[in-house]
Design a protein around this ligand. Sequence first.
Ligand SMILES: NC(=O)C1=CN([C@@H]2O[C@H](COP(=O)(O)OP(=O)(O)OC[C@H]3O[C@@H](n4cnc5c(N)ncnc54)[C@H](O)[C@@H]3O)[C@@H](O)[C@H]2O)C=CC1
Ligand SMILES: O=C(O)[C@@H]1CCC=N1
Length: 267
Amino acid sequence: MFRIGIIGCGNMGEALIKGFIEKGGVRSTDIIVSDIDPERVKQIVNRYNVAGTESNRKVVDLSQLIILAVKPKDIENTLEPLKDLFDEGKIVVSVLAGVKIERIKNILGKDIPVVRVMPNTPAVIGEGAVGISFDPVIDQEKRKEIKDLFSSVGLAIVVEESLMDAVTGLSGSGPAYVFTFIDALAQGGVKCGLSYREALDLAVQTVLGSAMLIKETGEHPSVLRDRVTSPGGTTIYGLHELEKGSLRDTVINAVESATKRSKELSE
Ligand SMILES: NC(=O)C1=CN([C@@H]2O[C@H](COP(=O)(O)OP(=O)(O)OC[C@H]3O[C@@H](n4cnc5c(N)ncnc54)[C@H](O)[C@@H]3O)[C@@H](O)[C@H]2O)C=CC1
Ligand SMILES: O=C(O)[C@@H]1CCC=N1
């Protein structure tokens, strides 16, 4: 038996495999993976020394915790052919955006425990942000085991399932917003004469350092911002441009729009 089976070895599937092994102390021998793309399976097996198969049925048959990491549109055609294999003792963990616990149970046609998890790609280096929503039938011991597993790849918080769309819109999709912001910061540096490499290095460290300053001081971002903003200095001029460009409104709208899309995916 394998402790963990992962169906779907794409961006998120691989991020979890890498994070579990390199940061979470999960042994490669505890993991079996499958994907419809045989080349992808070979790649993952070679990279992480896990067991690999093209058979999803083998993954379900041989695993206790079955992590689904296919696209939401593929959930039915992935899960339907496997439902006879889900029996006592197995738990489904779905990282699929917008797919509700109830929908997975309906496809399985039985009351198999299901956990919804919304990780993000920094999980690959153990710096993920993970929302977890438990099926009420899952006992405290199993909840702790699953929370500990995902805590090994970053910050894991338990939320009501009704908030999982917001988690998806904020932290699930959030790395893409931050990558865009960092690239824009760097391009600003380029416009002012820095090489892109220098500008990107400075931008990355500025975002990383600023985030860590919030995390380590527990101070509100506005307090820390005011400590940068000298009266009549440079920062207020930059901040004013951000306000003129409605940065805050745009970021709030981005999270809200991605959240709405997650809700649409669940319909
Ligand atoms: N990419 C991200 O940052 C995040 C993705 N997610 C969720 O993770 C899931 C996967 O997303 P990505 O990894 O980005 O997509 P992806 O397209 O990179 O990976 C999906 C993988 O599933 C495989 N696949 C498709 N049908 C299959 C089947 N029937 N059996 C086995 N494997 C099958 C594909 O070959 C592919 O390798 C999605 O539901 C997404 O909502 C959640 C959080 C973050
Ligand atoms: O864009 C998506 O649908 C997936 C879910 C959250 C991040 N990527």
